[in-house]
Design a protein around this ligand. Structure first.
Ligand SMILES: [Ca+2]
Length: 192
């Protein structure tokens, strides 16, 4: 079994800390997935699906979204927002769940936060991950990998201060250049 399953809910208050400036459209998934979100699939093997349901077992009421990919390569549900600066906090509830892997077929369930300049050029990213032990993803000055503590696939709450993350973990990205942020629910498996 080499699958990847990612569920999220109450999702993504990409908000100014001091004000309730929610930037994401349909971040709570109470509307259909095509409101605000774009799905992208790179299909080399296996199956994938996107699903929206009430409630996937989340502790709070309402709809949530699921992204699933089995075998190579990925299924992603994405939304990009324009940002004035990186004084933003991303917070969300999620289950990051993976099946078994091997050195040639390893899954990662992840939420990627992609940072881009005004033209849309990606400058780097943060990956909040539940990774297979075989994963070869590595940190760099433009890639931050945050491995979550939970290995049971349970619902948990996550929060990321983007200014702090860029300053502390991503020295290869100039915060002032970041004018677009993409939130990417990224279900990945490298193997076929
Ligand atoms: Ca919801």
């Amino acid at each position: 079994m080499r699958n990847t399953l990612l569920l999220t809910a109450l999702f993504l208050m990409l908000a100014l800390p001091a004000a309730a400036g929610e930037l994401l459209v349909n971040g709570d998934f109470e509307q259909p997935l095509d409101v605000g979100w774009t799905d992208t699939v790179q299909l080399e093997a296996g199956t994938y699906f996107f699903e929206r349901a009430d409630t996937f077992g989340q502790p709070s009421p309402g709809f949530a979204a699921a992204v699933h990919k089995e075998l190579a390569r990925y299924a992603a549900l994405r939304q990009t927002v324009d940002v004035a600066d990186v004084g933003l906090v991303l917070s969300f509830d999620a289950r990051l769940k993976i099946g078994g892997g091997s050195s040639t077929s390893w899954p990662v369930a992840a939420v990627w936060i992609r940072y881009a300049d005004a033209s849309g050029l990606e400058l780097g990213n943060t990956r909040i991950c539940r990774s297979s032990v075989y994963s070869t993803w590595t940190k760099s000055d433009t890639v931050s990998i945050i491995e979550i503590a939970d290995t049971t696939g349970a619902w948990n709450h996550y929060s990321l201060d983007l200014a702090q993350e860029l300053a502390n973990q991503l020295p290869g990205i100039s915060s002032a250049d970041v004018k677009k942020v993409t939130v990417d629910l990224f279900a990945y498996d490298n193997g076929t």
